[in-house]
Design a protein around this ligand. Sequence first.
Ligand SMILES: Cc1cc2nc3c(=O)[nH]c(=O)nc-3n(C[C@H](O)[C@H](O)[C@H](O)COP(=O)(O)OP(=O)(O)OC[C@H]3O[C@@H](n4cnc5c(N)ncnc54)[C@H](O)[C@@H]3O)c2cc1C
Length: 639
Amino acid sequence: MTLDAKIPGGPLGKKWALFKDTAGLISPANKRKFKILVVGSGLAGASAAATLGEQGYQVRCFCYQDSPRRAHSIAAQGGINAAKNYQNDGDSVFRLFYDTIKGGDFRSREANVYRLAEVSTFIIDQCVAQGVPFAREYSGLLANRSFGGAQVSRTFYARGQTGQQLLLGAYQALQRQVALGQVEMLPRTEMLDLILVHGHAKGIVVRNLVTGRVDSHAADAVLLCTGGYSNIFYLSTNAKGCNVTATYRAYKQGALFANPCYTQIHPTCIPASGDYQSKLTLMSESLRNDGRVWVPKRKEDCFRPPRGISEVERDYYLERKYPGYGNLAPRDIASRSAKEVCDEERGIGPGGRGVYLDFSDALRRLGRPIIEERYGNLFKIYNNITGEDAYELPMRIYPAVHYTMGGLWVDYNLMSNIPGLYVLGEANFSDHGANRLGASALMQGLADGYFIIPYTLTDYLVTQLGVQRPSSDHPAFRSAEHRVGTRTAQLLSIRGNRSTDSFHRELGLLLWNNCGMSRSREGLQRALEEIPKIREEFWRNASIPGTGEGLNQSLEKAGRIADFLEFGELLCYDALHREESCGGHFRIEHQTDEGEALRDDENYAYVAAWKFDGEHVAPSLIKEHLVYESVQFATRSYK
Ligand SMILES: Cc1cc2nc3c(=O)[nH]c(=O)nc-3n(C[C@H](O)[C@H](O)[C@H](O)COP(=O)(O)OP(=O)(O)OC[C@H]3O[C@@H](n4cnc5c(N)ncnc54)[C@H](O)[C@@H]3O)c2cc1C
């Protein structure tokens, strides 16, 4: 199988314009005839469903929460990037493009990333027009702050609630279409399989999470906007419901899964306080604008109260190692550096797995009211969770799994290798390479939904004009429903005595230790031996009470964990085959003398797309070689 990324010709800056000028068009009278299924109603799904509804398509949108407003996008705190150059600090579309390519360690597709930077400016205009309350300067202009991996201020924000406010904007656009009858919203509904007819995505199987009813829906195209899979690690900053089910089941139907091992570790989370914690809390990256990261120089000082440790006894290790970016070094670098100092036994707090994020200088320089205005709600969250007052004592932070750059492979049009199956937002692998710069996931989700899919989907649907949409009594629908029914029955028949959560925790810990912040051949091989054993015990001994006939959250959770237990292997296969370090993927065998990631552009400048070859069979690897025409490979230095 060869992969065609379908990158338009012409110079980089003209590719998207060229695509739009030449893409197929569908008249309004014909748009009405097409039915589109959008799975997910986070920023990517809600923006896509609303825009496609506005265009006149018949849209059905699904989510497993009780309302689209509860999609995980709501958790995003820090901000959204855009190359508006409001600060006159030298920003431009090219610079945002370049920072994103460099931030992703030269493992993302040039044309997609350029388009993202280009479209970023429209996103802000659209959201402002929707009434998203971005922070403003005294003059009334929108305010900006800087984020990790950038030397300009291009991050737009709404206090610490950017994701929530953007989601409210997208939600109201979605609800307007619901009220107009253009979009039918099906909350509390989980997609459990994808249906192909003549090789095209033509439907999905869903389970109504309240009644237990399994149904299928036919359509002319399917959009997966189902978010990321960080929750596979059990402890992560993601909502507990985040999962891989939709994309993994599509993978089993033939969609390629790209770069699954590219997970992002965020440096600024509240450290775990015990073994039975179920999730970790992110302290926004924006805090690194004013907070300074340090640990004691000597391990003997780790237990001393931080305010008693003098300046000369402190190691501001990010400022020392990366003077160019200092505390704003990108996430992978800041995370790895924190792990390093903790491995040297200079970590602070319980278990020695923490570093200080100190605001005392900023408080002196700016005064408490300004710090309160900028970060007040984050200080409150920190206080609620730790019982500590970060105005008085430095915060304690430690890295945690946060975002997944891997996802289903898509071409320039956001279409997977299955015709008619599109993948948007965090669910696709697309724009972030091996590491995502802060504030660019929201940008990508909204770019995909508001500005890219309306053009690229239409271009595909032109080819479907006159093609009869299958009816839901087509045999492909019956057999997909049968697959789902059988799996649900299998889960309910286990009746073992070990909680599904305990399997999830065991898998998560195994992955964190062996496929987390740093990985080795030996550890990955060990994980590949252990995961099948955990899986085998799960299917023999998991305790899943209740029935499939109504609301059964244990059943929902078990299905998602069962998918994680298979997907975990794919993550390790991918990490094992990549004999280089890049971005968030650090193979200890491949590092420079100074302990920095050592990339191998000659042999690994490709997207690793994995094909399902059958149950319990190693997947096969298909490569999309990355060609850079407008930037040169460069060692990624932030010094
Ligand atoms: C704590 C936190 C803070 C963050 N802060 C920032 C930030 O400041 N800036 C930034 O750019 N990014 C940030 N991110 C990342 C960003 O929030 C996410 O990448 C982004 O919101 C994902 O959007 P999405 O639409 O792709 O997915 P989501 O918002 O996760 O939505 C997924 C949707 O899919 C649905 N779904 C999933 N599976 C199924 C299924 N099988 N059947 C039916 N429905 C399904 C869900 O119900 C939901 O509606 C943050 C992430 C976290 C965890």
